[in-house]
Design a protein around this ligand. Structure first.
Ligand SMILES: Cc1ncc(COP(=O)(O)O)c(C=O)c1O
Length: 414
């Protein structure tokens, strides 16, 4: 039988693309273990954006001179890359937003305000980032819909056995869930939830902010209706993100922001809307940033999303194994084989802010806080955790340094 070996990611080679990883912090090599908050940017993306600003930049979709056509080609080329990246049936279904947060607000406002009312249920989960929680809570309140959540079990995984009882409470109209939890790394059963949502006649909204940078995404295979993600978490610039939406739904929806570019015609009495995707892109977009987003997609696609997923799986397995040896550290969430490259933990008796401060002295960047998931923190019975998160440039030696650093934290404060 032929044995096929999957190509491995070469993190050491990749590190050379990231300037900051070559710098010393406190005289020590910098270990950036906070990629879930935002990733570092490779030279390829930064160089391409500079080149674009210098030689291809003006506003898009407005003028017919050569430079304007080049700028529009760069911007629309990026849209095609985003569409292909998530296997969207058409690039017209891809809307550039400022971020995942804006993409999720767009759906909550533009779909929710017109389609929700008394007797309807909006279902989120206890694992959601505030960006996929608060907009739904707010729009449910404004429309009179009921806001419910799917709880998690002690391993940080969704308890899907509540679905039948939720369905008895009213007409389920929205199910909103992240594909990967930013606090626990839990990989959620979005396909199952999408199938259930559609059985109820509901839409399925997927927050892929922590999934799109780390694993292959196929909106058609997921069976969802909307999917949101941000460029800055996948080697691209901040200030731009994407919403993919099912065409029929986007066509029916009212606009979210109003102004230039999103109109077809305006008179004193009446305004009509532009076609997709421009109906949802009012004003001057983040042009060079969208271009850079496309270059970042090329960059991580060249590394390979399967290779990235495997690399992070190896790192998280290693990290959880090492942390399991520290009986004064509590790790939250599912076992390594059911999570992405994110580990949240607490050191007995030490606040996560102090943990991250002391680790900073060791040249290690981790995040201490509630990670914009306060309902989850309440469920875990803590106010905050320390979170280490991995990406293409993370190496096992950095996990070792994290563990050594935690020993020092314990010695100083534990
Ligand atoms: C799961 C998840 N959803 C949404 C967001 C919001 O992303 P952004 O700040 O890019 O809008 C984040 C950011 O950390 C996240 O981790």
């Amino acid at each position: 039988m032929a044995v096929t070996t999957q190509p491995k990611l070469d993190a050491q080679r990749i590190r050379a693309d990231f300037a900051y990883l070559e710098e010393l912090v406190n005289g020590k090599p910098f270990a950036y273990l906070d990629s879930a908050v935002s990733t570092q940017k490779p030279r390829q993306v930064l160089d391409a954006m500079r080149e674009f600003y210098e030689h291809s930049y003006t506003n898009v979709h407005r003028s017919v001179y050569r430079l304007a056509e080049r700028a529009t080609e760069g911007f629309e080329g990026a849209r095609q890359k985003v569409a292909a990246f998530v296997n969207a049936p058409s690039e017209r279904e891809v809307i550039f937003t400022r971020s995942s947060t804006e993409a999720l607000n767009l759906v909550a406002y533009a779909w929710g305000l017109d389609n929700l009312g008394k007797g309807d249920l909006v279902v989120v989960t206890e694992l959601e980032h505030h960006s996929n929680f608060v907009p739904w809570q707010y729009v449910a309140k404004r429309t009179g819909a009921t806001f419910r959540h799917i709880p998690i079990d002690d391993q940080g995984e969704l308890q899907l056995d509540v679905l039948d009882s939720l369905a008895r409470e009213g007409t389920v109209k929205v199910v909103a869930n992240n594909l990967v939890s930013n606090s626990l790394g839990t990989i959620n059963p979005v396909e199952k939830l999408a199938a259930w949502a559609h059985e109820q006649g509901a839409i399925m909204v997927v927050d892929a902010a922590q999934a799109a940078p780390h694993r292959p995404i196929d909106v058609q295979a997921l069976g969802c209706d909307f999917l949101a993600f941000s460029s800055h978490k996948m080697c691209g610039p901040s200030g731009v993100g994407a919403l993919w939406g099912r065409r029929e739904l986007l066509e029916e929806m009212s606009p979210f922001n109003l102004g230039g570019e999103m109109i077809r015609s305006v008179s004193i009495d009446k305004t009509t809307w532009n076609e997709l995707p421009y109906k949802f892109e009012a004003g001057t977009p983040a042009i060079a940033e969208a271009y850079g987003f496309g270059v970042a997609i090329d960059y991580i696609s060249e590394i390979g999303l399967e290779a990235i997923e495997r690399h992070e799986q190896e790192l998280v397995t290693y990290a959880m194994g090492r942390l399991a040896g520290l009986d004064w550290v509590t790790v939250y969430g599912p076992p390594a084989d059911r999570r992405a490259g994110i580990v949240s933990f607490n050191v007995d008796g030490v606040h996560p802010h102090d943990v991250s401060q002391l680790l900073d002295w060791e040249g290690i960047a981790v995040r201490g806080g509630h990670h914009c998931t306060q309902p989850l923190m309440t469920r875990l019975g803590v106010s905050a955790t320390t979170r280490a998160s991995f990406y293409v440039y993370t190496i096992p030696e950095e996990v070792d340094r994290l563990v050594d650093g935690l020993h020092k934290v314990k010695k100083s404060l534990g």
